[in-house]
Design a protein around this ligand. Structure first.
Ligand code: SF4
Length: 350
């Protein structure tokens, strides 16, 4: 598949009925989960997209592109309920065909109108009753065990809303990782946190058994950060750099990643140069096109996804830098870079 086609599908979406999808929650995209030519892909489901999925193939305006596509099937663990009465689907979701993803704390101290990240809708799924505010380690362990046994899940992603503690929620993930690994020994787990005030928690996460870690900055341009993330941008880039460096020391090179969003208005050359500096630090820059979700301030403002040509250009240039450094997303073992669905980097060979 050409990168141009993949970029258009990421931006224009596809016409398909995808049983596994999400429309609200933490992070920058809402999509249906598909497997395109064997790789996980989260693509917007758009009724009038020029891309249609029929009989396992993709058509553009009626022309068969020779790509295989399979919607991810509804997992069996979605039919179960925890010992304390919570549907498993409210504890964790299937991402792609084999990733279990959970937002351990579904609230965020930055979620009022003036400080929340404009691309995030973490508390909307809570308001809609699709999830619960805080998942206990025991609940996570129960769901992970079933998802691995019944649905062939191969890795897990644990993210969290930011909490009031100095660790910004990281220590809670230590307990969650421990509990899941006691139930499913050896399951690769990625944790996603803000830079914690006390960096020693990074060692605690590693000692608990986390395989990899995401510390997500979304943009390296301070003006863009202030505009898009009024609350989170009060955490300085220097704090991010200190956290990334300590995370690389503890978890290893290419076991640490960060999101960089395409479509926030950052200068493309500066974005690529910043990605290059991250790679030199040993941090995988997971470049992802912004696709504003329902319930976000960006969507309310009428912000749209970036042009496919921009997505293709930035992705290709970052993929080339990653290839030069011999850093592949799959080598992270767990997490978004290992899954690859929300970015085009894996389609570009990274
Ligand atoms: S890249 Fe991350 S957020 Fe996207 S589907 Fe994969 S695990 Fe989920």
């Amino acid at each position: 598949m050409s990168l141009a086609t993949r970029a258009e599908m990421a931006v224009y979406g596809v016409q398909v009925d995808a049983p596994v999808r999400r429309s609200k929650g933490a992070g920058p995209s809402d999509d249906g989960h598909l497997v395109v030519d064997g790789a996980n892909a989260t693509l917007p489901i758009v009724a009038d997209s020029p891309y249609q999925v029929r009989d396992g193939a993709v058509f553009r305006n009626g022309l068969n592109l020779g790509l295989s596509v399979e919607p991810v099937r509804r997992p069996r663990f979605y039919d179960l309920t925890t010992a304390d009465g919570v549907p498993y689907q409210q504890i964790a979701l299937l991402h792609g065909k084999d990733v279990l993803a959970t937002t351990v704390v579904q609230t965020c101290i930055r979620y009022d109108e003036s400080t929340r990240c404009r691309f995030c809708s973490i508390e909307e799924s809570l308001r809609a009753g699709a999830t619960i505010a805080a998942k206990t380690p025991a609940q996570l362990a129960e769901v992970a065990e079933a998802a691995v046994r019944l649905d062939g899940v191969t890795q897990m992603v644990m993210t969290t809303g930011t909490t009031t503690g100095r660790d910004r929620g990281a220590r809670n993930l230590v307990r969650s990782v421990r509990a899941v690994l006691a139930a499913v020994p050896g399951l690769p787990i990625q944790v996603q946190i803000e830079p914690p005030g006390d960096l020693s928690v990074l060692t605690e996460l590693r000692d608990a058994g986390a395989t990899s870690i995401g510390i997500h900055v979304e943009s390296l341009d301070d003006a863009v950060r202030r505009k898009w993330m009024p609350g989170k941008s009060t955490v300085s880039l220097a704090e991010y750099e200190a956290a990334w460096d300590e995370a690389v020391r503890v978890f290893g090179r290419n076991r640490v990643s960060t999101y960089l969003l395409i479509g926030l208005g950052e200068d493309p050359d500066e974005l690529v140069a910043g990605a290059g500096r991250l790679i030199e630090r040993g941090v995988y820059p997971f470049v992802v096109p912004l696709r504003p979700m329902l319930g976000t301030l960006a969507r309310a403002d009428g912000v749209v996804a970036p042009e496919p040509a921009l997505v293709r250009d930035i992705t290709a240039r970052v993929a080339a830098l990653l290839a030069d450094a011999e850093m592949r997303g799959a080598d992270q073992g767990a997490g978004c870079a290992a899954c690859g669905a929300c970015s085009l980097l894996s389609a570009a060979g990274a």
